[in-house]
Design a protein around this ligand. Sequence first.
Ligand SMILES: [Zn+2]
Ligand SMILES: [Zn+2]
Length: 276
Amino acid sequence: MRVKLNGTRGSVGRAGPETVRYGGDTSSIEVTSGGGASLVLDAGSGVVHADAATVTSGRIDILLTHLHMDHIQGLGFFRPLFEPDVEVHMWGPVSTTKSLTARLGRYLSPPLFPVRLRDLPSVTVHDLAPGTVEIGSFTVTAAFIIHPGQTYGYRIAADGRTLAYLPDHEPALGLGRVPTDPRWTSGYALAEGVDVLIHDAQYTDDEYSGRIGWGHSTLTQALDFAELAEVGRLVTFHHEPNHSDEEIDQHHSEVGERRQTSVPFEAGLAEATLQV
Ligand SMILES: [Zn+2]
Ligand SMILES: [Zn+2]
């Protein structure tokens, strides 16, 4: 699989000279299998950089982890939604209160957006239940993880390789650290033994103490989680908008020097392509 990081920033876009390398666009990645099929995961502002953004025919599948604005704000600007010859399938977490169409429609309708979701030419919305589903050549597993509101993490398998995508995740909530027993660890089954884990590492340890319950992790917690799940490689994601490129580099190298870890890790670069 090939994974392109089209938007790596968390919470809000932060474009500027200090965020060029790790990017100013919010969460969106694109996964392409060896056979050429692709999936878009999340539609933050980074979705406009997706290779699929130029598609004018065929089918596109967009999987949403949750409906916080930094994960859906690019939807209205994703050109294939307006192409009558493109069949767009949107998948996202099921809710006990409202359908995904109704929840997405709050954003894709006036006064927040000029076009209504129901007026888009060929969009099908799927309320995705937790579990495993085959989408084209991908096997996709969705499970609820700790983050405010219904939020999925995804495990994607194709070509004999595996990827886990948990961009907004706070597995340390309640304990102050990531549990050591896999049975009680949010997201463990999704990440267990994957080749590549893309995971929230928004805060420094100091910042986390004032943001407990906001739904995010520190780099230290992301590494604890990656080690517990015995992943092949960790790519950190959902970078804090107030962290410059220099600060992200500095923090990753400080944490790397401080602890011996069996898991290679790196900060996700804007528009980087990873081979999984
Ligand atoms: Zn987010
Ligand atoms: Zn969120």
